[in-house]
Design a protein around this ligand. Structure first.
Ligand SMILES: O=P(O)(O)OC[C@H]1O[C@@H](O)[C@H](O)[C@@H](O)[C@@H]1O
Length: 246
């Protein structure tokens, strides 16, 4: 592994939820609660609940909020209106379901707080000392708030999140746009840049963007799906990567 990193990389771009902060689990919990409530009210007691391993990882994880709603509904052949901030909120729509999920997510964040993964913080500090430029990216519109709450905002030279992506018209993962934008802002060529991801959509985005190394972080042992998505290396913790970048 050290050999693979011995290639004079200039920069690292890390995903936030699940790589830097322990918030991926809260997103998953909020999505499940929102969709299970919706499916139950639509289909009654026999409803087929959202399966976190299959449905969440395949259709929702890592992608922008309303893309996640659309993608899961499509997987169940459910069609809903788009809706929007001006609707009365009574009828389910892509917008109202997405906003309901965010309400549940923010409630969980408030209750549980934001915690970081120490292996990531330690590794980022080491990379910074070695002279690598570091960016954080996230599909989430809550990224700035989460990084601030965790007190780690200053570790990163650049941030491209869900709010910025919308403003700039960037396509969501698995499109590579968010990573390419972060690399451009860092002034680093993609082939000289490492991408660190925990979601399959993010690994696919890193690969299609032509990044020099795509690292999958499989904290719960989901390594084989990451290998299938062509991650260059898969680790359980970032401290497994020991590079002097020389
Ligand atoms: O709804 P938000 O906070 O803008 O986040 C969108 C997505 O952000 C990603 O980082 C998460 O992995 C997804 O689960 C989440 O749905």
């Amino acid at each position: 592994m050290a050999e693979m990193l011995n290639q004079n990389f200039e920069a690292v771009i890390l995903d936030m939820d699940g790589v830097i902060t322990q918030t991926a689990r809260l997103h998953a919990k909020a999505w499940k609660k929102m969709f299970d409530d919706f499916l139950q009210s639509r289909d009654g007691a026999d409803f087929k609940p959202l399966n976190l391993d299959k449905d969440y990882n395949t259709f929702i994880d890592g992608i922008p909020r309303f893309d996640g709603v659309r993608s899961f509904l499509k997987s169940r052949n459910i069609s809903l209106p788009e809706g929007g901030p001006d609707e009365d909120g009574q009828e389910p729509s892509v917008y109202s379901l997405g906003m309901r999920k965010n309400e549940i997510f923010l409630g969980l964040l408030k209750k549980e707080g934001v915690h970081v993964y120490e292996d990531t913080i330690q590794t980022v500090k080491k990379w910074k000392k070695e002279g690598l430029k570091i960016a954080v990216i996230s599909s989430s519109k809550n990224a700035e708030y989460i990084l601030d709450s965790a007190g780690v905002q200053n570790l990163f030279d650049v941030r491209v999140d869900g709010v910025i992506s919308e403003k700039e018209g960037l396509s969501g993962k698995p499109a590579p746009d968010i990573f390419l934008e972060a690399a451009a802002l860092l002034g680093a060529a993609p082939e000289k840049t490492i991408v660190v991801e925990d979601a399959i959509a993010g690994i696919k985005a890193g690969k299609s963007g032509g990044f020099g190394l795509v690292v999958g972080v499989a904290r719960k042992g989901e390594a084989s799906e990451m290998e299938d998505a062509k991650a260059d290396i898969v680790v359980k913790q970032l401290t497994e990567i020991y590079s002097s970048n020389k």
